[in-house]
Design a protein around this ligand. Sequence first.
Ligand SMILES: NC(=O)c1ccc[n+]([C@@H]2O[C@H](COP(=O)([O-])OP(=O)(O)OC[C@H]3O[C@@H](n4cnc5c(N)ncnc54)[C@H](OP(=O)(O)O)[C@@H]3O)[C@@H](O)[C@H]2O)c1
Length: 282
Amino acid sequence: MKSNYDKFERKIVLITGASDGIGRQTALDFASARAMVVILVARTDSKLAELERNIKGSSWAGQTKVVHYCCDVSNKKDVSDLAQKVIDRFGYVDILVNNAGIGIYGKLEDQTVEDVELVMRTNYLGTAYFTKAFLAPMISRRSGHIVNVASVAGSFGVAGMAGYCASKYAILGFSESLYHELYGTGVRITVVSPIGVKTNFFNHYSFGPRKPNYSGFFLEPQAVSKAILRASCSSRLEIIVPFYVRAGVWLKQTFPFLLNPLVGWLFRRQLNKSERSVSHKS
Ligand SMILES: NC(=O)c1ccc[n+]([C@@H]2O[C@H](COP(=O)([O-])OP(=O)(O)OC[C@H]3O[C@@H](n4cnc5c(N)ncnc54)[C@H](OP(=O)(O)O)[C@@H]3O)[C@@H](O)[C@H]2O)c1
């Protein structure tokens, strides 16, 4: 059985959304598994530089080379410029982790069209742009793994997150199609779909006082990062974190008339409750 060191020591890994939360933890974990190169991508230079220094200054990262690039994943030109720089410098990436993402909370009637576009451009199109930019070298080398971070919100439409759920459903559909297209090419694709995770994701202003208190079922970023490392060596299409939530997805797909009303009620109640608390405070 290969240890993580053997699995990753010759790998070039690129992680989007590496400045915070799940992506940051994933960068730390690939570095501690002695990946050959870890490429950090996000918009905030200071956070990426701090993470780069942190990894370089550690004893556990061994010989791992760390570099960072600022890039807005929702901007096609930014992505193609970045891909050119990475390919000029390293030639290819072995593992591409499309993790950058945002959520905007609230009823669709209260959101702008620009809100819906921003979420779709960041979460879905960002994933598509990066996949397109790095896929050709993977195919010509007959080697590579794309890991797309979706969400359980890619299997359940929930009230207050229409634009977000649509972007995660899109990632799942995109990845499932590619999974079949890539059969026999040596390149694989896996989606990691977590439930709620304790990160700054909910700091977006739209969550306002509805920010969850991270109790109960919320995961630590480490649990998702572990699944991402596992996904990068897996032949599966989707890894749900935690694994037992797959039973809920199966139940919803098999008996939607039983589960949908319950999910609808739960999230509608949350949305209405939080709207009442917002209007009381204002
Ligand atoms: N937290 C949860 O409950 C949860 C649950 C399921 C799935 N997810 C998914 O997990 C992924 C990571 O989220 P997280 O929880 O770790 O959130 P987070 O802590 O807010 O981190 C989001 C990361 O994405 C980057 N990002 C956002 N917009 C970007 C853009 N336009 N271009 C480049 N980078 C961008 C941010 O960096 P900059 O701001 O520096 O650009 C940051 O590094 C997302 O795809 C999210 O949908 C999260």
